[in-house]
Design a protein around this ligand. Sequence first.
Ligand code: PEP
Length: 248
Amino acid sequence: MSGKLIVGNWKMNGSLAANQELVRAVTTGLGTATCKVAVCAPAVYLLQLQQLAAGSQLMWGAQDISAHEQGAYTGELSAAMLREFGVRFAIVGHSERRQYHGETDAVVATKAQRALAAGITPIVCVGESLAERETGHTEEVVKRQLAAVIHTNGHCISEIVVAYEPVWAIGTGKTASPEQAQQVHALLRAQLKAATEHPERIALLYGGSMNAANAASLLAQNDIDGGLIGGASLKSTDFLSIVAAASH
Ligand code: PEP
């Protein structure tokens, strides 16, 4: 893909007032950024984002999407509904959803499929736990998670974004070293190359305690096309520093 992609994941944070300040600062600060930038907000704030970010280069997305098309699924939000609010991206399979909401590889794959069918780019998260890394299972875990999405989505796979997010690095302040991240990204890249004629369209993001200080060295790696940023996306100065590092 051309140009890096930086995506903020606000998680369950924000308020109408705080979002307004944050989005104003980010859209103003984007200036001449040459990378693509998006934020994934809690769904109740998507209308606000649509209004605040209109006309700017900031794109927005959802943090989840239903695996169902429509119907009796209380509390769920369909891809078509999200699309009405200008959503360009939907995170699927974030480790917090896999862990706290029991999302399986199959559910994640179906969510990606629903997003794609509605013209929304799924940001498919994969990543190993600390125990899995320490017992040498990183490769097996991330390949299994991605294989489910490849299997379900066939030739559409070139339209997804993949985020490698080692679970042990999310919100912990522990970042994968650039070499550790690159090693896994290279594996995922090879897996995607075998699955599509257009692997170059797929952005591979790194996520896990990326911040203003470590972004440049992570983003300098061959197979790291951008970042999925949690905590540091909530402060405009930190987020904009990462955007600046991705714009070189
Ligand atoms: C995330 O939640 O996707 C994430 C990467 O969080 P953090 O940057 O806070 O580790």
